[in-house]
Design a protein around this ligand. Sequence first.
Ligand SMILES: [Fe+2]
Ligand SMILES: [Fe+2]
Length: 279
Amino acid sequence: MANTWQSADGFQQNQNVMKQALGYFAFDTALMTAGGIAGGAMSRMPTRAEMHEKRLLNQLFAHDEEMGFHSQRVSRLSGRIAEELRLPASQIRVAEHAGLGHDFGKIKIPAEILKGTRQTLTAGERAIVNTHPIHSKALLETVPYRGVLKEVPTVASQHHEHLNGTGYPYKTTGDQMGMPARVVQVADKVDAMLGPRSYQAGHTPDEIITVLRREVADNHIDPRVVDAFLRIPAVELYRIAQIGHQPIGKQYFLDMNGKTIADYAATAGSAPRLVTIAK
Ligand SMILES: [Fe+2]
Ligand SMILES: [Fe+2]
């Protein structure tokens, strides 16, 4: 049955239609908002690499639906942040595709571990989950990428690394991480904070900024990427955060006046939450 809702910004959406539309390619999600970087993508045939990505994405959806939506949101966020950084078009594409595929390796992680309450993972289970970037790299290496997109498997595999070398799984340092990798790294962290999970509520604008600033201070993530993220109007983040979610309860960012979450944090402090959404 059609599952339709009216989002806070008046954008009528049908979840099933969205799922089908979003199930296609990384760049389809970019077309959901005006000015998507892949404008016109629907007017051409998908490449072999994109068809291969779609098959992997569908496998991830079948394994863990929320993880599939997370991949699409991180792809969109990565593209948008890369755009805000004014990276070359080729690097924006790398960020988008790496954002889509960064967690494809979770296909190889048993569903009962993935879908459990994350806070209660045993050390052994955590170690298994933490191998997923290695699996993502291996799966993405089967995609027939061409040109600059050949960087996608490596970029995607670096999303849990830290610039100071304390991340995982490779303990890669910042000198080996280009801008697309730094973008996906931040987009992944941001998406985890934009909405509630089974084990935590969504974060307030204040909390998001505090977490990101702390990670910058610890030399985990790139301050330029954080600054670019904070320049994106909150209503755009809201639209991205809605992919795969239905709004419940109180909605925020209704005024559509181009405020960023930094503006909200400055004026509203710890209230309200960025988005209150759940499936
Ligand atoms: Fe991950
Ligand atoms: Fe992720």
